[in-house]
Design a protein around this ligand. Structure first.
Ligand code: ANZ
Length: 964
């Protein structure tokens, strides 16, 4: 269908009134005011001190820090879906400015990332060059929208002056450890002091001073919040890179290129985010976030209360994590994850006497069976291994363990449904209570013992069951030994009792387990922050001193990782940075008293998340070369205050796709910086709001290929492209689906104010909505009527009536004050669509009344519109004779007298007989109502001068008078 609407262009035709609001006029007005704002620094938010200090009167106001999730500067530029959130925060920020706040609102760029690197690989263009060109384009697209950003505070994460501080934060994290007792991060030097003084025992005995340098480094590595470890990764030799789990297909190949992927161990940097699991969970309670997002974070952190239980095997033991220690008497076998390090140790040379054929997988020895099974398991993803419906596979490792509660010998298996990365990587299997164990027990003919009395009538003989039985309301049975009995107890009491027994006998202990894993922080990429780490000849990692930051990215010949024979699992990644020998091998004096030495630099880069983990802080004090942020400035904008016990940004708007990783990582960095005393806010974002998506119709031909939406025509409810019928479905907007509409097109056709109004009017901000170019004109017409209500279209002169408010008719005053009241509440509550509806209603009222609009009404109408359509509002404000920008005017306040809409009828009785009816406000006070009733002339007449014994008032509906 044609995206050009004839109705929209009508006003621009030659016979239109010369001073009508048209697209051409909008373009002129908007460009002029954008230049004015830039020149005046209209949106500059003053800091209390430093280079951005300013107007003390503004600083003294209550502050609001309003933020968007910053964009990645994509080569495709913006489509109309991208600015939805930016417009919303802009409207809100403008409203806050007009209601007496010092408002910080700006936008930077999250500019490291894969697309620029891939483009560099294909074209040889330096990622910085393409990224900067993309940013330039987006900056001009955004400027066209009239967003009130404090541009002095903008930056990109690729600016060396910015990533200097990203590297600095990495060093802070590297140089600290988590004190479990104090429940906070502390400098690693304090841990060293504890080891040195003997206050904390050095593991394995011995003293700190007796440890070699390498031993010390290893020991501290166990504590540091940023540490290197050999982590299992998805290594894809064919692509030459490590892949995230999401990039690996179910059959263990790379999604991109379909190459084999191997689980391989690689020395990688990690962030010990797990140390903060409890605080990340607890502090969610005080945040003003959508419940759905909080829930996703809680699930991701995944706190489970349960117990660790030791099952002895040949003088060693297997420790399991269980959430159901109450079912211990029903544990009839055990499972180790195939990768469990104890598997080899417990695997005997030969199958024990009486091993069933079904348990051996057809192998001659346990070692063979285990090796074959491991190879098979290594090729599967965790998701695949855990799939509910999947057949349970596994092999017996040839060993038995002792169930500590009853001394029973239970066989030990390896099976892939147990994951190494969760709990202890080992489980006690309770087939009666766990469905996966039930299926496995059936497949391997293992005993199933009923230890919870079924409440669903299936009986207590598991041989007749079709599934495991799980319920928290049932009673435990068949569960006792000489020292403890759980029989007859409910699950909760049984857990308590058995945990107490485990602790008393030393067989186990109550524990809390988290699903959250440490954060893998290394990437084998070029276009990311280099690590401020060097290694000495012994491979010991040393942090660079802060004075050596920023450590800038070196130039390289080739941005792509080296690829290998796709089937050669024994290869190792070669990172782009490692190819620049002059950069990698350096002689440095780290200022640690050892003088200049040879070092090798870390050649991985930081992941894309790093730059977005702390950017809110840099907006506050973007040019500070001495500190990440001045503490006083941080305290001013983000510090804890009433209702925000952890401080944070007042409003953060962005997509729900960042529910977990970005928000969790940013919260984690915030807490570390807080613990180390660098900031006063322990949470980055106090209030979070997720905007919906702007969707668009996707048209596809008979082959299923998307055709350009702009070329589709509609005929009788069907859609055609080049004569061929095409299907229509609502989907995402984007270049690849050929349905992208750019803000530039809409601005050219109607102006930015219309685009802003349309995006805000489409529906509640948190709901997804389909874009409809044909509907945009509706908002354009609103602006035309608004213009016409203030300006004479023929002369271009102001057309308002210079009268006092007292001369305005009551209907219009009521319409005005109701609009003010409603718009105020709607803007405060971010209900921009209903605010626009109210502005429209008032505007229509004025059009209907006709004649020149009274100045007091026109002025306030313009102020109401100002946050939504700032350019036209500035223009009209100027036409109304004001010389200062509308941006810092006070938002109108409604006169409550006009806001009450309905009145209610109050009946006045004398001796039970109705004598009068009064029209009163529903909120009238008893006193006022009594006075009004006694003053009413009919009542005065009916009383005929008689005295009053009693007045019974039931506001607002009834007054009963009892004469003396
Ligand atoms: C015995 C038992 C009996 C269990 C029962 C459940 C029900 P959440 O709640 O998610 O924390 N488990 C422990 N480690 C595992 C691993 N590495 N891979 C796969 N499964 C593992 O789940 C904890 C439960 O999941 C644990 O409690 C354990 O099975 C299993 F009627 O132990 B349970």
């Amino acid at each position: 269908m044609s995206e050009t609407n004839p109705a929209a262009t009508a006003p621009v035709t030659a016979d239109a009134a010369p001073h009508r609001y048209t697209a051409a006029m909008a373009a002129e007005i908007e460009a002029r005011w954008q230049d004015f704002w830039d020149a005046e620094g209209t949106y500059a938010a003053p800091n209390p001190k430093g280079d951005l200090a300013g107007d003390p009167e503004l600083v003294a106001r209550p502050k609001k820090f309003i933020m968007d999730m910053f964009p990645y500067p994509s080569g495709a530029g913006l489509h109309v879906g991208h600015p939805l959130g930016y417009i919303a925060t802009d409207v809100f920020a403008r409203f806050q400015r007009m209601t007496g706040h010092n408002v910080l609102h700006t936008l930077g760029f999250d500019a490291f990332g894969l697309p620029a690197e891939q483009y560099a690989v294909q074209t040889g263009t330096h990622p910085r060059a393409s990224t900067e060109a993309n940013m330039k384009n987006m900056v001009s697209q955004l400027r066209r929208l009239g967003l009130g950003h404090d541009k002095r505070r903008s930056f990109a994460t690729i600016d060396p002056e910015y990533y200097k501080w990203t590297q600095w934060i990495f060093l802070q994290i590297f140089n600290s450890w988590y004190d479990d007792e104090a429940k906070r991060a502390r400098p690693i030097s304090e841990l060293v002091a504890q080891f040195d003084s003997g206050e904390r025992a050095v593991p394995g005995g011995g003293t700190w001073s007796a440890l070699t340098e390498a031993e010390r480094a290893d020991l501290l590595g166990e504590y540091r919040l940023a540490y290197a470890s050999d982590a299992p990764v998805n290594w894809c030799p064919g692509l030459g890179t490590v892949l995230a789990n999401e990039e690996v297909t179910a059959d263990g190949r790379s999604e991109r290129g379909n190459f084999p992927v191997f689980k391989s161990k690689l020395r990688q940097w990690n962030m010990r985010i797990t140390a903060y699991a409890d605080r990340l969970l607890d502090d969610l309670d005080q945040l003003d976030w959508p419940e759905a997002i909080k829930l996703q974070q809680r699930n991701w952190i995944g706190r489970s209360e349960g117990a660790r239980v030791d099952f002895p095997v040949d003088g060693e033991r297997i420790t399991v994590f269980t959430t159901r220690p109450d079912t211990l008497f029903g544990a009839t076998y055990m499972v180790l994850a195939p990768e469990h390090p104890l598997v080899e140790k417990f695997t005997p040379a030969a199958w024990p006497e009486g091993t069933r054929d079904a348990w051996t997988g057809g192998h001659a020895t346990p070692a063979e069976a285990v090796a074959a099974y491991r190879a098979q398991a290594a090729s599967k993803s965790d998701v695949e291994r855990q799939a509910e419906a999947k057949d349970k596979t596994g092999v017996f490792i040839g060993a038995y363990a002792t169930n500590p509660v009853n001394g029973e010998q239970v066989p030990v298996f390896v099976a892939d449904y147990v994951l190494m990365g969760y709990g202890t990587g080992a489980i006690m299997a309770v087939p009666a209570g766990d469905q996966r164990d039930f299926e496995f027990a059936r497949a391997f003919e293992l005993p199933i013992r009923c230890i919870v009395e079924p409440t669903d009538g299936r009986g207590t003989d598991p041989s007749t069951w079709e599934s495991a039985f799980a319920s928290y309301d049932a009673k435990i049975m068949n569960s006792y030994n000489d020292e403890v009995s759980l029989d007859g107890l409910g699950v909760v009491e049984a857990k308590e009792r058995i945990t107490e027994w485990l602790e008393r006998t030393g067989a186990g202990a109550g524990t809390v387990n988290f699903r959250l894993r440490d954060w893998l922080f290394s990437r084998q990429r070029y276009w990311g922050e280099p690590f401020p780490i060097v290694y000495d000849e012994d491979g010991i990692a040393h942090p660079l001193p802060a004075s050596m930051l920023p450590l800038e990215l070196p130039e390289v010949e080739d941005y792509s990782p080296r690829t290998f024979d796709p089937d050669d699992a024994d290869t190792k990644p070669e990172t782009p940075l490692s190819r620049n020998e002059d950069w990698v091998h350096v002689t440095l004096d780290l200022g640690d008293g050892r003088g200049p030495r040879r070092y090798r630099r870390e050649t991985n880069t930081m992941p894309n998340w790093a730059g977005s983990c702390w950017y809110e802080l840099r907006y506050l004090d973007p040019h500070n070369s001495e500190q990440l942020v001045d503490p006083e400035i941080e305290q001013y904008w983000m510090g804890p205050r009433e209702g925000l016990p952890h401080g944070g940004v007042d409003l953060y708007v962005g997509g729900a796709e960042h529910a977990v990783l970005h928000l969790l990582y940013a919260r984690f960095w915030s807490k570390v910086l807080f613990d180390l005393g660098h900031v006063s806010s322990a949470e980055p974002f106090h209030k979070l709001f997720n905007q919906g998506m702007i969707q668009a119709y996707v048209y596809r031909d008979s082959r299923g290929i998307a055709v350009p939406a702009a070329e589709v025509e509609e005929r009788d409810g069907a859609y055609f492209h080049g004569g061929e019928k095409v299907s229509r479905l609502l989907g995402k907007m984007g270049k690849s689906l050929k349905n992208a509409v750019t803000p530039d097109e809409i601005c050219a056709e109607y102006g930015a104010d219309t685009l802003r109004l349309y995006e805000m009017a489409m529906g509640p901000l948190d709901v997804s909505r389909p874009w409809d170019t044909r509907a945009v004109v509706g908002q354009f017409r609103l602006l035309q009527r608004l213009w016409r209500n203030v300006v004479d279209e023929n002369t271009g002169r102001l057309s308002v009536a210079d009268v006092a408010e007292t001369d305005v008719d009551a209907d219009t005053l009521r319409a005005l004050h109701k609009a003010i009241d409603g718009v105020r509440q709607d803007l405060e509550g971010m209900r921009f669509n209903t605010a626009i509806a109210k502005v429209t209603e008032l505007n229509n009222h004025l059009t209907k009344v006709g004649g020149p609009v009274p100045r007091p009404v026109a002025e306030r109408l313009v102020l109401l519109v100002a946050p939504l359509a700032p350019h036209v509002a500035e223009e009209l404000w100027r036409k109304l004779g004001h010389t200062s920008s509308v941006v810092h005017e006070d938002f109108p306040v409604a006169d409550p007298a006009y806001v009450v809409d309905e009145t209610v009828t109050c009946v006045v009785q004398i001796k039970g007989k109705v004598k009068a009816r009064l029209e009163v406000s529903p909120s009238v006070s008893e006193e006022d109502l009594e006075k009004a009733a006694l003053a009413d002339e009919k009542v005065v007449a009916a009383l005929g001068g008689a005295g009053i014994r009693k007045v019974i008032v039931r506001a607002p509906k009834l007054v009963n008078i009892v004469p003396a």
